[in-house]
Design a protein around this ligand. Structure first.
Ligand SMILES: [Zn+2]
Length: 320
């Protein structure tokens, strides 16, 4: 039988295709949605302060009716310099946020009818939006923590020493001690290695002071008490056992879902992109209770995210 929480997540109302089309089916609708998201209090000309404007649809800009200065709502956002219609961007945001699982760039290519490189670049940019947004998250309360490697477990004595070709990352899952069926939010971070020097700055930034952090007692976590966190370490001699330990139930569930998602959708994630892939999983997971609002929220995050520099994309593309 499904728990109430699972039921709430799985059977909630998302944004249907017909609703999506009614709201964002035309270029003008998307441009106006972009304007409203970027300037929630209404458009103001940055030269003369006038609030009256005309939309020039052929160029996707707004022209001030007083001084005639043109303003692009895309400038300075993740959409800067895009030659693609906004309708395609909105479709991409819709398919990336409405399904239970992520979709690959190949699937995005098929759904949007664009070249693979275009779909890949759009997906990277939208994942960048999620990364920038998620980096500001702070979780607190009871936190289950584990570290893992993409492509394999970090354990069996390899932890802290690295595993060839695999990228370490840390996972922190916020749980509700009063409700064992409830996991609230998740935070993840790619690390150069699982050492105190790598872990400490991230824990200081991402976990609220006074939180209870549960680890398997790996010595790199010994700093937790020194930065205002309560540390409960489960010493597990004789190798890794937390996979079966009830105190790590949720962090193991999240790791299982994440690895299933990577295997099923992206198959392989290079080190250069892993932060963005983890951020995408995290973004969707942390907002799973309100799918209907996901697109407007992603749009708002997108207009607040600076343009993704093309040279970085090209390097990342070559790396993939
Ligand atoms: Zn003006």
């Amino acid at each position: 039988m499904l728990s109430k929480v699972k039921y709430k997540v799985q059977f909630q109302k998302g944004l249907s295709f017909s609703q999506f089309n009614a709201l964002y089916g035309t270029e003008r609708q998307c441009l106006m949605a972009l304007l409203n998201s970027r300037w929630p209090d209404g458009f103001v000309c940055r030269i003369c302060g006038c609030r009256k404007y005309s939309a020039i649809m052929t160029r996707g800009v707004f022209q001030c009716q007083k001084c005639r200065k043109q303003t692009s709502p895309k400038a300075g956002t993740i959409f800067q310099d895009t030659k693609l219609p906004l309708t395609l961007w909105f479709q991409a945001m819709h398919v990336l946020t409405q399904g239970k699982h992520s979709i690959s760039a190949l699937e995005l290519k098929r759904q949007l009818g664009v070249h693979y490189e275009t779909a890949w670049s759009m997906k990277q940019k939208l994942m960048q939006v999620m990364l920038v947004k998620e980096e500001k998250t702070v979780i607190g309360g009871r936190i289950e923590v584990d570290d893992a490697y993409m492509g394999g477990e970090s354990h069996e004595g390899k932890r802290g020493r690295g595993a060839a070709g695999k990228t370490p990352f840390v996972v922190a899952v916020e749980t509700d001690p009063a409700n064992p069926d409830c996991v609230a939010r998740v935070m993840m971070k790619v690390l150069p290695n699982v050492s105190t020097a790598s872990l400490k700055p991230w824990f200081e930034k991402s976990i609220a002071k006074g939180s209870l952090v549960i680890t398997d007692g790996w010595r790199a976590y010994n700093f937790l008490g020194s930065i205002g966190l309560c540390h409960e370490a489960f010493d597990m001699p004789g190798g890794w056992r937390s996979g079966r330990h009830p105190s790590f139930r949720w962090v193991n569930t999240v790791l299982g879902n994440l690895k299933g998602n990577v295997r099923g959708v992206t198959r392989w994630v290079g080190r250069a992109h892993l932060d963005r892939y983890l951020a995408e999983f995290q973004y969707r997971f942390n907002r799973r209770f309100n799918m209907e609002a996901m697109l407007p929220r992603l749009l708002r995050a997108a207009v607040l995210t600076p343009a993704f520099p093309q040279p970085i994309l090209k390097v990342a593309w070559m790396d993939a």
